[in-house]
Design a protein around this ligand. Sequence first.
Ligand code: SF4
Ligand code: SF4
Length: 460
Amino acid sequence: MGSIVPEVVNFAARNTKEVGDVLGIGASKRVEWAKGLLEGGPVNGTIFYAGEMYPVMGYSEGAFRILRRVEGLMEINHLAKIGPIMRKLGIYTVGMNSLWGGINKRYEKALQDAVKVLKGLGVEIGFLFEDEPPSGVALHTYGLLREFKEHANWVRERFKELGVKRIVTLDPIVATAFRLYYPEFVDGWDIECYHFVEVVAERIAELGLKFDLGRKIRVTYHDPCYLSRTLGVVDEVRFILSRIDGVELVEPERRGIFTGCSGDGGLELTQPPVARKVSLDRVMELKRTGASLVLTSCPACILMLRTGFDSIGHRIEVEDLASLIAEAMARGSERVESELKNFKRYKVFPKSPHFDSLSLEDLSKVLKMETDRCKKCGFCNVECPTSKAMNRLESRSSRGRVTLINSLVGGDPVRPKEVLDRLYTCVLCGRCSQECPAGLHVQELIVYGRAYAIYSGTVP
Ligand code: SF4
Ligand code: SF4
């Protein structure tokens, strides 16, 4: 029997390990955006970290746009099979670039804008260029935790050799990896990591700056799950926008730590129809704000929202907050009162379960103990975006996933397809954990449940 894990997951995991980004575009192309803009190597121990998504996200957007148009005729697994053949022929990167290089420029521009903003605010940063190691966060997402652990320890050594002490990144998913996952998987991890908006908000407050966009615009902001709910960064964004004259912020119904998922979480690769339904729900909500520009702070959210708006034929720009700040800063600034602000760091999730090791024995012991605590109340199901997208099917709900993990580690017979259809249809948004009266860290249990399914051979 062949593997039921979609070819594209293996493709993404292999590329991350071997080439450094999910699509396998390669380091030289990935760092082109930074040439002439940043110094090589850390500056006072600090680097700007682009990560493995932002520099290549436009290629994914291009591929997803085509796949949506030819739905039913071709799917992403076919593209994942063609990729390695094209690479062997030496035409992969050139082909990808000629097809979707134009779309990718918009993501590269966001990185350039972020660097201009940071430098304009006097933040000293360098860049590792082709030496930048990938965070490997996709390995974590898909439950390949042993591989993630090995990779993360290698990254730690690379950073040590290169003298990295502090990381500033525009990508909240890699910020989550460095801030939450690495300390768990790498002994003695001591590298600080900040998201761009944290650094920018602090500097604007400290320097007492105000900007003028030079035009009036109504914007809405989509809080990425990883930035708001997971890292607890919410107020900084509102503060930054309040310092730009000409900008009127209209908030969507779900915002801040209660934000709605844009449909990513790796789902566009494993379960595209579900990802699209989740994304549709969110774009309709953002459309209702009447804003003429959607801002956010995550490459995966930008992709899902752009393609989501495209699918409903609503013409609207979706861009990284960094680009709006860069536009305003380019017109100069005015000094107002400087202040030292202590932005609130929201603590949303319960304590993570502790796993002594990634042995099957430890995984099953902790997963059993945790999932046995579930009271079956179903409070977690109410706001679960994928449960809603799949007609409230119990088996595809948060509670259904917890129940499946309990059966899996309890030795009940579980079919591989059930694991794929239930555990791999979760976007890891964490909305469920906010509602759980038993204090279960549901999305983390799902990641460890995926790992158990892989290493126990349940998923071939
Ligand atoms: S199970 Fe939880 S983390 Fe997964 S999609 Fe539902 S609410 Fe989000
Ligand atoms: S909210 Fe918590 S206790 Fe209730 S069903 Fe969901 S996981 Fe179980």
